[in-house]
Design a protein around this ligand. Structure first.
Ligand code: 9MG
Length: 262
């Protein structure tokens, strides 16, 4: 899954596209590099990020989504806003990537009647404050149990399990130790039988390990993506698609997993 941030404040991850043309050109490059899914986001979810209004987020993402509706790969919208979920699906989005796991009032209903896939992600707290004091007893068990409750809520709302993807939410209210425990224990989350998405690309946990700035974390991100795949992730969210694609192609060949190019 290739990342396209249409936000003015994603500069720290070296990945910002302020105009529709820039975002669309970048999306097409990511497809050429091997992305099988694109994830468009118009509201930063980085630690400390402030929320944006519905109007502003809509203005940023809908024109990009509309231009990519027939780009040849499924397009996901990263949003927490039920109104925008509906509009994005109407504009051709094949997936809603919700860091709130559809827990905001109206979100379950916004996607229930459609056929789009949904990514249910775990987080503790909200992006503004989530890294201040994350606390868990057993992080893998608590994240897995939360995802089970959100899968149940989605199914009760009429969203079939086949439409769901789950995500432990690396870096969302987690210390480095929590993130490492989740990566080691990812197979316990994959055992739920719902495809797992892992987003580790350029994250601060990799900066803590390597001492590198976001734009210099490509090798660390690729290593983390391969480890995530080895532990059961079916989708990896990546900024550096070419490098991630090739590393996963080698991993897939060695393990006999599905050929990434099919
Ligand atoms: C939007 N976004 C940023 N990081 C993410 C992650 O790890 N997972 C998902 N699903 N979305 C993310």
């Amino acid at each position: 899954m290739g990342v396209i941030n249409v936000t003015p404040d994603s500069f720290s991850d070296g990945n910002r596209y302020l105009t529709v043309d820039q975002a669309v050109a970048h999306a097409r490059m990511l497809i050429d590099e091997g992305a099988h899914i694109l994830d468009i986001g118009g509201e930063s979810t980085r630690p400390g990020a402030l929320p944006v209004t519905l109007e502003e987020e809509r203005r940023r993402v809908l024109p990009v989504l509309e231009r990519l509706a027939d780009c040849g790969v499924p397009v996901s919208l990263d949003t927490q806003k039920p109104e925008l979920m509906r509009e994005a699906i109407a504009a051709g989005a094949s997936m809603i990537n919700d860091i709130n796991a559809l827990a905001v009032p109206g979100a379950l209903e916004a996607v229930a009647g459609a056929s789009a896939a949904v990514c249910l992600m775990h987080k503790q707290g909200d992006p503004r404050t989530m890294q201040q004091a994350p606390r868990y007893g057993d992080v893998v068990r608590e994240v897995r149990d939360y995802l089970v409750t959100r899968i149940d809520a989605a199914e009760r709302a009429g969203i079939r399990r086949e439409r769901l993807v789950i995500d432990p939410g690396f870096g969302f209210g987690k210390t480095l130790e929590h993130n490492l425990a989740l990566l080691r224990g990812l197979a316990q989350i994959a055992a739920l039988g719902v495809p797992v998405l892992a987003g580790l690309s350029r994250k601060s946990m990799l900066g803590k390990i390597t001492g590198r700035e976001p734009g210099e974390r490509v090798f660390a991100s690729v290593a983390a993506a391969v480890i995530a795949a080895e532990h059961g992730a079916r989708i990896v969210r990546a900024h550096d698609v070419a490098a991630t694609h090739d590393a996963l192609a080698v991993w897939a060949a060695v393990t006999g997993s599905q050929n990434l190019n099919q």
